[in-house]
Design a protein around this ligand. Sequence first.
Ligand code: NDP
Length: 336
Amino acid sequence: NRRIVLARRPVGMPVPEDFRLENGPVPEPEAGEMLCRTLYLSVDPYMRGRMNDGPSYAPGVGLGEVMVGGSVSRVVSSRLDGYAPGDLVAGFNGWQDYALSNGERIRRVDPAVAPPQAFLGTLGMTGLTAYVGLLDIADPQPGETVAVAAAAGAVGSMVVQFAALRGCRVVAIAGSADKCAYARDELGADVALDYHDLHFPEALEAACPQGIDVYFENVGGAVLEAVLPLLNLGARVPVCGQIAHYNDTAPATGPDRLPRFVMSVLARRLRVQGFIVGDHLGRLADFNRDVGQWLREGRIHHREDVVDGLENAPEAFIDLLRGGNLGKRLIRVAPE
Ligand code: NDP
């Protein structure tokens, strides 16, 4: 049983030496447990936070412990009622070949609905994040302008499409020409802009002649700076992520922009709401119904960015933090 453990806590951007590949025996299930073979692992930005020691919304991974993460697995043997060898399940088995489960935080995977790995992306955690953040928290109305960054990534690609389905004008922001083309041509964004461009703030202003009604905040940094002056009266800002800052080692230097930001919240009556997808599992049934239907009807596209081999998970994760992925990044650990 190969497993990837946290070898040390990173400072700034993680490096491969922060992880260690170990090998051990495959565990045997006891009464009330099942043994699961990992097929796919989800690679997610939140894992950077779990590598830290400090307080957060979820406890960090201990040194020498298996890296956390969502998984799709096949049941190998079971002493747990309701599960039999061959069943497909989605859970949080972490970066390892095999794991025991007592059935907690396990979802059944129905391969008739979609390929199993879709339950880590479009029909999984990142899809639900887009669904709750955009549709519940921001509740965009037809004709409103919705801006979203990391728009070619797992969450952002769903936000673009859900907003387009609602009849919004969608302004996608992403880190390369390829990603912008994908957001525009395949996901249906009205405009797509690369935030690395020298004149990005001016281009964003030109792309939003009616201002911005919803900013789905995935990144922070330079994108947030450019968006802030364009937010309309009563704009909604679901705060989903801050990936531009996950590797920060010190507070930013320069003028203190916080008072100006809070003044904007007041003067423009902005609604800025942080959320964590795990608090919204009560929406799973509606999410499964709606997104399952949109997928069946061909109204949404999903693209996966699959890296082969458990041993490549650390590099695939570091590369994701640098923007190397297009679509939902996954690790294929074993053939189905
Ligand atoms: P993605 O598939 O979008 O991958 C991450 C992307 O972030 C990269 O591809 C890169 O795209 C972008 N990025 C990296 N650095 C920067 C930067 N400095 N400025 C702008 N963009 C950057 O990941 P996810 O869809 O899984 O996650 C997107 C965001 O949503 C993250 O912030 C994540 O933490 C958050 N999240 C929050 C959840 C919640 O419950 N609140 C649940 C799930 C995700 P590019 O090339 O376009 O820069």
